[in-house]
Design a protein around this ligand. Sequence first.
Ligand SMILES: Cc1ncc(COP(=O)(O)O)c(C=O)c1O
Ligand SMILES: [Zn+2]
Length: 373
Amino acid sequence: MTDYQCPKCGVRSPVESLAWRCPRCHGPWDLDFTAAPVSLDSLTGRVGSLWRYEEALPLAATEATGGGPGAVSLGEGRTPLVPLTSTVTAKLDFLMPTLSFKDRGAVMLAELARRLKPRRVIADSSGNAGTSIAAYCARAGLDCTVYVPAATSPKKVEQIAAHGARLELVPGDREATARAARSAADEGGVFYASHVHNPYFLHGTKTYVYEIWEDLGGRLPEVLVLPVGNGTLLLGAHLAVEELRAHGLIAERPALVAVQTAAVAPLASAFHAGADDITPAEAAPTLAEGIAIPAPPRARQILSAVRAGGGTFHTVTDDRIRAAQLDLAARGLFVEPTGAACWAAIQAHGLEGRTAAVPLCGAGAKTGVAAGG
Ligand SMILES: Cc1ncc(COP(=O)(O)O)c(C=O)c1O
Ligand SMILES: [Zn+2]
């Protein structure tokens, strides 16, 4: 296995150490890992999960096989591309096993945890990441505890419990939950399956772009529109773009167009102010709860990734999100309000006729139709 490496101060730590963040600056880790090229021709007939991109992944699926059970999987990935207009294609990541794109990252964390054999796995989330980690830990036979705010919607709490994870209901806001999880994560023998801090999660979400590349016959659209709260899908997409470029597998970088909710938009504000880092935002209610993150720890990386491809940030109001959710439903696609934010951004801001892929990355079945209007 490889090392964690701090992008800010260069500190390294072996993955086996279970250190969940840089001990010097307390920032999130990157992974000291170089992906090998994936050959389009070699993909035919491979396993129908994200393990098909084995060369590009920091955990080798075949290594895990070694006569025993293969790498953890619930058949995630290979989600369909469905055209919305003549230039914009939707990628239906709400069809993943637990109904959101988070499964791409959760499968990597569960497989990593299975190899590290920690005393227990913990995670914190108010939504899709927690249900995904709980499901993949169940699949991997791992003891898992999920910290959630006490006010989390009963449906999500029910799903986490149904997967056999222990629940810690924390009074107060999302930050109070994160604090409780972080102090548990500092205990010995605990693997903190953090979608924000652990870089293996990003090497899972990057398969979103590998799949588009494969399905388009070795090409990418001119624009990738991506929702951004903590930026795990965007940073995964950036990793994949850089890897495909480094191996000469795409000619041009697509522009990353990042979408935040107007209610909580620290990254969009920093981007348009020309800043390298954010000023933390105030928490505020919004329909797009999945992307309402006042102080994302990977802010600097997100801003630099969007600038690298000549992309930009857009914000969308709740009214736009509500209309986009209904518009997608009228086309046969029922997504949660957060999952409609990117389509709302395209409708509000346009893409100047460029080809684009937009993720519909969370299912409407989990949340229902947005209230109000
Ligand atoms: C449906 C959906 N879309 C987008 C996001 C945003 O992901 P990230 O916080 O990694 O940017 C989330 C996060 O919970 C989500 O559940
Ligand atoms: Zn550091």
